[in-house]
Ligand binder design. Structure first.
Ligand code: PLP
Length: 406
């Protein structure tokens, strides 16, 4: 008899997006003349930068000829892309990251989800609340949690992100082994300062812990004081892995390309306390289970770093950030406290009511957001509005919300 991994039974079915879809379709049936404006799901809406499209076309043509055809490539990614990443994303910011510490992949979702495979089942894990659900669910699947009681899984250390701590949790009093951090944050849009990240790095060094730092929204940082990478923090090379993605940076959500940085200084310990290089372990895992990102996609990703690519990506990000400013100002004018939207595409709004109640009020205006309660217990009372849409739609959405809430 084939038996299931019983930890899967502990997973909460994610009704969030299906509940949203149901409410939206009921609204649409009752209001067929009101076009819906979707500011809920965190997917980009604009086409790929021209430089990426050009590189993609050229690479596809190369694949047609025997002499330039590419079969299996290096699992970790082609040198042209790894070198461009190391140079432009890290060395140019003073971070000592080498090309061979970069693992190119088909998504930060897979990488943030898969990385926990390297760790023992009984490690102590700290997870933010609210959270990008992948970190939580993959640890549940791996058996690192107990039962779900009172809105929380037993056995985890939750890092509450609240208005009181500016949505950046302090280091816990107890020792933990694995810490998930995400800045700029999904869903709150909050960013962490250099001093706050330094506290986390110092804590991790003291406890021989590891930080998994998700920087999928790094490209939205405009404030020069905010670090773009955890490796801008002294000591981070010893205790942090960083995840990046071309999804939100360059509109690659449907194209799929991301990367994970595993510095050679990071150590992991066996049952005897002997240290092993995390880089070697991840390399082993990556090469065993992954056969590399398609050559044309890696060429398209490398084009992001060309001068034209940089200008086009900047224009895309600026456009989304302008939308975020419009949303933030409108919600503030209406008297709601907000965080995010300045260095991030997400605005986290205190709706002063139940998350779903506020969702329904906005839906009356034909605008779809995401109820914060779907991201964890601390998300109750909040909604997330995303800036991923056209400016015309965002302006129209805010106008409708003003009228409905006035
Ligand atoms: N990390 C965070 C925090 C995200 O919000 C997302 C996507 O929404 C991802 C990772 C996934 O990125 P990718 O498209 O590279 O899988």
């Amino acid at each position: 008899m084939i038996r299931m991994n019983s930890h899967y039974k502990k997973l909460k079915a994610s009704y969030l997006f299906s509940d949203i879809a149901k409410r939206v379709s009921t609204f649409q049936e009752n209001n067929p003349d009101t076009p819906i404006i979707r500011l809920g799901i965190g997917d980009v809406t604009h086409g790929l930068p021209e430089a990426c499209i050009k590189a993609l076309h050229n690479a596809v043509d190369e694949m047609a000829e025997d002499k330039s055809f590419k079969g299996y490539g290096p699992e970790q990614g082609y040198a042209f892309l790894r070198e461009a990443i190391a140079e432009n994303d890290f060395k140019s910011r003073g971070c000592a990251i080498e090309a061979d510490e970069i693992f190119v992949s088909d998504g930060a979702k897979c990488d943030t989800g898969n990385f926990q495979e390297l760790f023992a089942t009984d490690i102590r894990v700290a997870i933010p609340d609210p959270v990008y659900p992948v970190y939580l669910d993959t640890n549940i699947m791996a058996g690192r949690t107990g039962e779900f009681l009172d809105g929380r899984y037993q056995g985890l250390v939750y890092l509450d992100s609240t208005a009181e701590n500016g949505f950046v949790p302090p280091v816990p009093e107890q020792a933990v082994d694995l810490i998930y951090l995400c800045y700029p944050n999904n869903p709150t849009g909050a960013t962490a300062s250099r001093a706050q990240l330094q506290e986390w790095v110092d804590y991790a060094r003291k406890n021989k812990a590891l930080i998994l730092f998700d920087a999928a929204y790094e490209a939205f940082i405009t404030d020069p004081e905010i670090p773009h990478s955890i490796y801008e923090i002294p000591g981070a090379r010893e205790v942090a892995v960083e995840f990046r993605s071309f999804s939100k940076t360059a509109g690659f959500t449907g194209t799929r390309c991301a990367f994970t940085v595993v510095p050679k200084d990071c150590m992991i310990y066996d049952e005897k306390g002997e240290a092993h290089a995390l880089h070697a372990l991840w390399n082993r895992r990556h090469c065993t289970k992954f056969n590399g990102v398609a050559y044309p996609i890696q060429k398209a990703a490398a084009a992001v770093y060309s001068p034209e690519g940089q200008a086009q990506v900047k224009a895309l990000i600026t456009g989304y950030l302008e939308n975020a400013t419009i949303i933030r100002s409108a919600m503030k004018e209406l008297g709601f406290d907000c965080v995010g939207g300045d260095n991030s595409p997400y605005i986290w709004i205190n709706g002063k009511s139940d998350s779903w109640e506020f969702f329904d009020r906005l839906l009356k205006a034909g605008v779809v957001c995401t109820p914060g309660a779907g991201f964890g217990r601390c998300g109750e009372g909040f909604i997330r509005i995303s800036a991923f849409n056209s400016k015309v739609n965002v302006v129209e959405a805010m106008e409708r919300i003003r009228k409905t809430l006035a």
